[in-house]
Design a protein around this ligand. Structure first.
Ligand code: ADP
Length: 294
């Protein structure tokens, strides 16, 4: 299995504060990976390390097995707020992109995309709507025919309709190619339906990462009698627990074997899993209280 992005013990700090710490990742080629976490979690830092805009202070990251700088011709990057030279028209930006990317530049692809979306080629992009500007930035990134496309909160500032249109065009564009996509958002809902790989960052650390189908299969919600601290058969870890007088609701990572039939099992949604891992109010149940039963 070829890995598009691979990180080991990756870290970046500003002064004494780590913006990203101990990051281990393996995103297989061909995936649509969502990078989710609250503001300040380290998403931009991770994307900048992957594209080589930042140098790590610890560990390393590789893109298709190479250091980011060597892989740069294969990487397309749409930075936060899709910064573009606002006085230039979309047509001028397509021409300029060709001069900056002589090795590989599909100007016709960019022009066709913008034409299909009805984006005026001769209007300064600063005068376009936010959604149109995001589409121009995406068309420019795709014209490079990247093997890895990175997008940093591409739809954060768009209205709901423009968000949906942007995600639709993005998914349509990558479906036709083998492009691996890594895109960040502070809202899971924006990406949940499109991604098949998930990375959750919180407070500079990876809280959860893996293929979506494995994550969904690996967790369960259990409801049942007021839980004590005894281990539950078939449960490797209680990620989050809430209790009423009569019953407990647990989000658990499954262990080996069937789950104790005293508990009723429910399938989880991706949102359940992410929220349970991001929940800050309640500290994680100490391992000593929930022994692993394997
Ligand atoms: P996110 O993209 O998830 O919102 P960032 O990667 O932008 O998070 O930031 C992660 C942490 O690093 C935050 O605490 C942020 O304040 C800090 N940080 C980011 N860039 C800098 C910088 N240039 N100087 C100092 N601290 C920074």
């Amino acid at each position: 299995m070829e890995l598009a992005v691979e990180a080991a013990a990756l870290g970046k700090r500003y002064g004494r504060t780590w913006a990203l710490r101990d990051c281990a990742l393996a995103v297989p080629a061909g995936r649509i990976a969502a990078l989710v976490g609250p503001n300040g979690a380290g998403k931009t830092t991770l994307l900048h390390l992957v594209v080589g805009l930042l140098k790590p202070d610890a560990g390393e990251v590789r893109v298709f097995g190479r250091p980011p700088r060597e892989a740069l011709p294969d990487i397309g990057f749409v930075a936060q707020d899709t910064p573009l030279y606002r006085d230039f028209t979309a047509a001028e930006l397509v021409t300029m992109g060709g001069k900056l990317n002589r090795r590989r530049w599909d100007a016709a692809l960019a022009r066709d995309r913008l034409g299909l979306l009805g984006i005026p080629p001769d209007k300064p992009v600063g005068k376009l709507s936010g959604g149109q500007r995001a589409q121009v930035a995406l068309a420019l990134a795709l014209a490079k025919r990247p093997r890895l496309l990175l997008l940093d909160e591409p739809i954060a500032s768009l209205d709901p309709l423009a968000r949906r249109e942007f995600m639709q065009t993005l998914m349509g564009a990558v479906a036709e190619s083998e492009t691996t996509v890594l895109l960040s958002s502070h809202l899971l809902a924006d990406l949940e339906r499109s991604c098949d790989h998930l990375i959750v960052l919180q407070r500079s650390r990876v809280r959860l990462a893996g293929p979506v189908d494995e994550l969904l299969a690996g967790f369960r919600t259990l409801t049942g009698p007021q839980a004590g601290s005894a281990a539950i058969d078939g449960v490797a870890e209680v990620v989050r627990a809430s209790h009423t007088e009569r019953q407990s609701t647990l989000l658990v990572r499954r262990g080996d074997g069937p789950i104790d039939p005293l508990w009723t099992e429910h399938e989880v949604t991706l949102e359940d899993v992410v929220l349970a891992h991001l929940a800050e109010a309640e500290p994680r149940v100490p391992a000593s209280a929930w022994e692993v039963t394997a």
